[in-house]
Write a protein that binds this ligand. Sequence first.
Ligand SMILES: Nc1ncnc2c1ncn2[C@@H]1O[C@H](COP(=O)(O)OP(=O)(O)O)[C@@H](O)[C@H]1O
Ligand SMILES: [Mg+2]
Length: 309
Amino acid sequence: MRTVVEKALRVARLDTTVLLTGESGTGKELVANLIYKNSERTGKPFIKINCAAIPENLLESEFFGYEKGSFSGANKDGKAGIFELVNGGTIFLDEIGDLPIMLQSKLLRVIQEKEIRRIGGNVNIPIDVRIITATNLDLAKAVEEGRFREDLFYRLNVVPIVIPPLRERKDDIEKLTIHFVEKFNKKFKMNKQISPEAISILQSYDWPGNVRELRNVLERIFVAYDGRMISKSQVENQLPIRKQDPENIKGKYTGTLDQIMDAYEKELLISLLNKHRPVDVANLLGVNKSTISRKIRKHNIRHSSIVAK
Ligand SMILES: Nc1ncnc2c1ncn2[C@@H]1O[C@H](COP(=O)(O)OP(=O)(O)O)[C@@H](O)[C@H]1O
Ligand SMILES: [Mg+2]
């Protein structure tokens, strides 16, 4: 996290476009706030929009506003859009990967021309905003698949900041835990501590919901238990039971039991025959050498995968 924060602080002052990528709950919005607060635009307007939360037919008027009488149901005096309202400041476009294609071209135009036009309007309004975007999707892949405009991607991805999932930075768990314990002590006027064993349990969990989930688990513990010490068993009780998902049990193998057993047998034989003579493999597995020969033919195992006979 420190690497991420250092990069964010460095780029904050540079008034450039930033793209934050990371799973949900990793801290993208937190980093966007940090950039805004440490930029030259701090104190100027800062508006956050979740592109996935606004229906497509409303997004355009939210973004650019409209002139009076431009469509039925519209406010009769017209309305300024977000880009106008935030002019001079910073806009945070969250879930940018979900921006509909039509709006992608319009956003590209704002970035290139630095002006907007209200729906139904005929004057261009100069716009000076810093754009920070975030997504939990792989935008480069979305570009490859034709779901995201390549030119817009390059305009937004001037400075990419990738926030890794919590399970890939388990060293952060202890510090974050202590941070949240202090925070909830203040919030609930309590004086809790957490035992090292309890922290170990937190460190061994996978955190699919990332920092947000860690925060929520700790808050639940604060609410659920009395006493000064947060214990190992309190943590275990508040973590979701790790269900073995059937997909995972099957792992890389697919098909019926026979097909899975066959595939496994082939893999096992290849790996053993790579290291041992067929006669030794036969001994190791408790079968005749002729069984091994038959299986080598059955699975079409190449002779190049078989070491010295
Ligand atoms: N490094 C961190 N230190 C403290 N709190 C964090 C950190 N990273 C994330 N959080 C907290 O976790 C929650 C989720 O963060 P958020 O920025 O909303 O994630 P995202 O936008 O990636 O979904 C928020 O409550 C945020 O304050
Ligand atoms: Mg978010």
